[in-house]
Design a protein around this ligand. Structure first.
Ligand SMILES: [Zn+2]
Length: 308
């Protein structure tokens, strides 16, 4: 009898441990006495990654685009997209504490409210750069530097872009004349697919300079990432053909976005994420139109976990 009881207890404990490992840990922040500013930090474990990469809409879209548009030149993590999930690590308890402390110490802003979901990557994935897929932020390591704080907010801006795509796209088209188009023709370089600034065959952002249109890309040359714009010709309002003239993106966009650092100056979603971060941390992006945009967005946000 006792033998069966022991077996039952062991099964029960195993089940509890299994459940714990398969669900993210939640940390609810209620530090500010305003429901709209709640932040909830979740840490996903690596045994949820396989499921995530095969079911999350933006992860599936991204992995398909990597498969179709990029060849060679990438680090192992990108060449083995079927095994992408294997590069996901587990956070240590110390890392979790530090990450939570960092998120909770960010400025009080509705733009930073809601869920903060994290996966930990390793340095083989995406050159060890932070990125987002859906509403999850992928981070290779954690520290408490000023730079890290800015990176966290930058990544959260990408999550916001996915939550409010119509607001961002409308603003970019109306204010900066960016245009979302379908492109045709072969690209004469290897595209580095950035999940935060996807350039899919049927959806690319272009921008006009002196009456000519350009499409920005992140490419890899001899293991180095570079940001270039290639000339495109309008076939109709929403279709472009790839031309052959290439220019560094910063030469074209630096005067339009003088407060955006050069390493973020290419895809409009990267520019918006970086300037959104400056707006939140420094109080201004240095561009009043972008400040206005984020202020308006801030006023429309209802924190999704405000009722908890
Ligand atoms: Zn980014």
């Amino acid at each position: 009898m006792l033998k069966y009881l022991v077996i039952l207890v062991i099964i029960f404990i195993s089940y509890i441990l299994y459940q714990r490992n398969n669900y993210p840990n939640y940390e609810l922040f209620t530090g500010h006495n305003y429901p709209n500013y709640h932040r909830r930090v979740s840490y996903y474990t690596n045994n949820t990654a396989k499921h995530f990469f095969s079911t999350n809409k933006s992860a599936v879209l991204y992995l398909e685009s990597v498969d179709k548009t990029t060849v060679g030149d990438k680090l192992p993590g990108n060449n083995q997209i079927n095994n992408y999930y294997q590069f996901i690590q587990n956070f240590t308890s110390r890392e979790k504490r530090l990450l939570k402390k960092m998120v909770m110490a960010l400025p009080k802003s509705k733009l930073l409210s809601g869920d903060w979901n994290f996966y930990k990557t390793n340095r083989l994935l995406e050159y060890g750069m932070p990125f987002t897929l859906g509403n999850v932020i992928f981070m290779p390591d954690i520290d408490d530097s000023r730079h890290y704080k800015r990176t966290l907010v930058h990544e959260k801006m990408h999550v916001l872009q996915r939550e409010y795509p119509a607001s961002f796209n409308h603003f970019l088209e109306k204010t900066y004349k960016f245009r979302l188009v379908k492109r045709v023709g072969h690209l004469p370089f290897t595209v580095f697919s950035n999940p935060d600034g996807l350039q899919l065959p049927n959806a690319s952002w272009i921008f006009p300079i002196d009456g000519k249109w350009y499409c920005p890309f992140l490419t890899i040359k001899q293991g180095q990432l570079s940001k270039i714009a290639i000339r495109v010709n309008l076939v109709n309002e929403r279709t472009v053909a790839i031309g052959d003239h290439m220019t560094p993106v910063s030469d074209l966009l630096a005067s339009r976005f003088p407060t955006c650092p050069i390493n973020h100056l290419y895809h409009p979603y990267e520019i918006m994420a970086e300037l959104g971060m400056k707006y939140i941390i420094e109080g201004t992006s240095g561009d009043s139109r972008i400040d206005d945009f984020y202020l308006k967005l801030n006023n429309t946000i209802i924190c999704p976990i405000s009722n908890i």
